[in-house]
Design a protein around this ligand. Sequence first.
Ligand SMILES: [Zn+2]
Length: 311
Amino acid sequence: MLPEEVTNMKSNPPRVREDVTRNHIPCNLCGSQENHPYCPENGLGLVECDNCGLVFVSPRPDAHELYALYGETYFHNDESGVVGYTNYIKDEPNIRQTFNGRLNWLERYIERGKLLDVGCAVGFFISEAQKRGWQVQGMDVSGFAVEYASDKFGLDVRHGSLETLDYPEGAYDLVTMWDVIEHVPDPRLYIQKAVSLLRTGGVISLATPDVDSLPAKLTGKRWVGFKLSEEHVYYFSARTLSKMLEDSGCEIINVRHVGKFVTMRLFLNRLGMYSPIIAGALGLLERAFKLSEKSLYINPYDIVAVTARKK
Ligand SMILES: [Zn+2]
């Protein structure tokens, strides 16, 4: 996982340089070359496919360049990695509680068995799953995160991406990808690869910002999904993500919008992006009653989780 807090708090990720060749990208969902600008005022260079509605960055550097720009310096720069994850790690109790909520509903669809978490960050999700009896493995593009998960929790985690790591096909009951698919240059290939690791009847679950959600529509260029995600290359909706999973040989079994436990402090910080006046007033209460570290469950209904079963 590339948690939004992690990506947000990393020290300025390198921006795409002017001298890098940028190519027009065909739609990764339907292959169409036809598209039109999408929310151009946010300055992210997004287009929406005329045919299927997938939203993505185009033109953009090819995958190799993207990895060179974001991958190497962004994910493997030890200092920025540590800075970002320091904040994420501080939020451990809330993140674990959030993930337990996800396991509660996932376990309605699949019995505990072998789980692979793609983009596992520092391992909070698989650590919680392990406590519940899952046999867990994880992988992440961040060397720092993988080392932390291994050293701190003794988890079976590997450093790399799905394209480069060699996991056994048909071996897993559950594959999860929290906040990953929006970052990868070829999500179709990534999903196909993930599905190939599942046994028949196994379950895959992905969570990603929902570009068709009401908060996204209402807040336009100020949507937190845009604000926190300058390195996202794809913006899915429940519909486009479901279609991609169906194309990869799965049937959709659940679509839901997922929230998370956050501290009051973080909640007010986010609220301030939309409504500084309300956030300011609540901030006074927060300080008066010392609520900063109190947790609450927030669900703005703009992160969609699509769960599907391999046919
Ligand atoms: Zn399309």
